[in-house]
Design a protein around this ligand. Structure first.
Ligand code: MF3
Ligand code: CO
Ligand code: CO
Length: 270
């Protein structure tokens, strides 16, 4: 039982009420269902713009709102980041080629609550090295989530992700992070995907935030292209990302954006 509800911590992190979990669950489930439903529409020759249009239609059909359309001038219902694009790829009319890997990131608003999730897809045949990158990135997110429980700190989450990724000779992007969310899209804290154990704010029941590690096969440095959105790896190496929205419970984490169809990972065919 959470006895300190509806307050902000001294780091400005909102402690939500027990009943708020249901709102996040509903928003997260819609975002995850939409990502399930586009899986069959990722193929060689498809455009990222067509995938985005499908996402926008699904958000509208559900009577929800896209959090990204109109956000800081962004005009799309998703970000679609192909190959060496790290995040914030803008959907467009470029055709997907055989072996392309892509992250699709969707944020919806349902009854005022934000559900934010992303996962990886492949067009055509998944190469061995891309499969390994996707595998490690997904597992790093799950290691981060395993570190979520009251008493641990945000640094424990970052450390769990970073140590796992680097043990596999890949790198964690430093230039983008996860974020608090709830009735707002981006709130404190910055959820870093690297760090030292025991550092940073303590995790408390009722905190809602995303964990969304970006992992590169090469070096961690990124740059933003002239469109002011698209972030790419400086060394052009492949990059992958997975994102869940979660809430801290009395004993661990509730994942709001679990895949209803069990298709969170591109090689899961369930
Ligand atoms: N969904 C992204 C995140 O994980 C934010 C995208 S903002 C946009 O925080 F404007 F680029 F869509
Ligand atoms: Co996010
Ligand atoms: Co997102």
């Amino acid at each position: 039982m959470n006895t300190h509800k509806g307050r902000l911590t001294r780091d400005g992190i909102r402690i939500h009420e027990d009943s708020d979990f249901a709102g996040m669950h509903k928003a997260g489930a819609l975002a995850a269902r939409i990502l399930d439903e586009i899986a069959d529409h990722v193929f060689v020759g498809q455009t990222t713009g067509a995938i985005d249009k499908m996402i926008e239609d699904k958000v509208n059909e559900a009577g929800a709102k896209s959090a990204t359309i109109g956000y800081k001038g962004y005009r799309h219902a998703s970000c679609i980041s192909v190959n060496h694009v790290v995040c914030h790829g803008i959907p467009g009319d470029k055709l997907l080629k055989d072996g392309d890997i892509l992250n699709v990131d969707v944020t919806v608003i349902v009854d005022g609550w934000f559900g934010d999730t992303s996962r990886m897809y492949v067009a055509g045949k998944l190469s061995r090295k891309a499969e390994r990158l996707i595998e490690i990135t997904h597992e790093s997110l799950m290691k981060g989530i395993e570190a979520v429980k009251p008493g641990n700190t945000f640094g424990d989450i970052g450390h769990a992700i970073q140590s796992y990724v680097e043990a596999h000779r890949m790198s964690v992007v430093r230039d983008f992070c996860g974020h608090g969310l709830g009735r707002v899209f981006h709130a404190p804290p910055n959820v870093l995907h690297y760090g030292r154990p025991g550092t940073g704010p303590a995790l408390e029941e009722g905190m809602f935030f995303t964990i969304e590690p970006m992992v590169n096969l090469g070096r961690p440095e990124t740059k933003v292209l002239a469109d002011d959105w698209t972030a790419v790896t400086r060394d052009k190496s492949l990059s992958a990302q997975f994102e869940h929205s979660i809430g801290v419970t009395g004993t661990g984490a509730e994942i709001f954006t679990l895949s209803p169809a069990g298709r969170f990972h591109p090689t899961w065919t369930a």
